[in-house]
Design a protein around this ligand. Structure first.
Ligand SMILES: Nc1ncnc2c1ncn2[C@@H]1O[C@H](COP(=O)(O)OP(=O)(O)OP(=O)(O)O)[C@@H](O)[C@H]1O
Length: 248
């Protein structure tokens, strides 16, 4: 869908993210390294380098790139899970992230309790959650297990419920990280339909996916990352070409 207005939803400005990479992975290696006089410890790794872009209201944007190019890191910065080392990330409106889905779930609580807990984390009031509770459970397809502790859920059941809570929250911005490849075919189909509805309703979407079909279907614009830098930002078809060419 084309942009409804040009009001920005997400502003990413000169963002840098640095991780510390450990050189030795075991105690034994560390000790041997020390005995041999080798420098052990960690060195900085620039996962994102001077990244800037603006995403407007109603835009649906794919972040493309090789493994390790910084896509998930970018989503985590937008969601606020991570902080940049330099630069700014500004998000206007309510944000729901289908990244690390279920991270806020507590294993000892029931499905029902987790729905309320997670909806609250995602900014919903108890009253709003009451109103949507049936839709959330219906969509997840696990009604008969809703009062069971989630530690007894299969990973598929867990994902269904977590996904369902996330997409039923009142949101302006939705972040999607490869979630569409999770679950069985009918559930994936349901998720795709729901995400399309959100796009049609003018929600802003940022998608990370290695699946070209998903990207083409959901997004109009693509940002290609390479080694933490933006190498292309434009129409999704062109972005996919750039990404493919750089893949060779
Ligand atoms: N917590 C962390 N600590 C150290 N390094 C990290 C951490 N998170 C990510 N990295 C590194 O940052 C780089 C970018 O990772 P990121 O997960 O953003 O890549 P990606 O483009 O999403 O990759 P993929 O397509 O494989 O999911 C990688 O080299 C990764 O090893």
């Amino acid at each position: 869908m084309s942009t409804l207005t040009s009001r920005p939803r997400i502003i990413v400005e000169n963002v840098r993210k640095t991780f510390l990479i450990r050189h030795s992975h075991s105690m034994k290696e560390a000790v041997i390294g020390k005995i041999r006089g080798r420098k052990v410890g960690s060195s900085p790794f620039q996962a994102l380098d001077e990244v800037s872009f603006t995403i407007d209201e109603g835009e649906s944007v794919a972040i493309l790139g090789h493994n390790g190019s910084g896509k998930s890191t970018m989503l985590k910065l937008i969601s606020g899970v991570l902080e940049p080392n330099a630069g700014h990330v500004l998000v206007r409106g309510r944000l729901a992230g289908l990244i690390e889905v279920g991270a806020g779930f507590h294993p000892d609580l029931s499905g029902r309790e987790n729905v309320y807990l997670n909806a609250a984390i995602l900014g919903m009031t108890e009253h709003e959650t009451d109103e949507r509770f049936d839709d959330i459970v219906e969509f997840s397809g696990i009604r008969e297990f809703i009062d069971q502790e989630v530690k007894h859920y299969s990973s598929g059941m867990f994902m269904r419920l977590a996904f369902s809570v996330a997409i039923h929250t009142e949101l302006d911005v939705l972040l999607v990280d490869e979630i569409l490849s999770v679950g069985d075919a009918p559930f994936r189909e349901k998720c795709n339909k729901k995400i399309q509805e959100l796009i049609d309703a003018g929600k802003t979407m940022v998608v990370v996916s290695h699946d070209t079909g998903t990207v083409k279907r959901l997004c109009e614009r693509g940002i290609v990352l390479r080694k933490g830098k933006v190498i292309f930002d434009g129409p999704v078809e062109e972005a996919l070409e750039v990404h493919k060419a750089k893949n060779k």
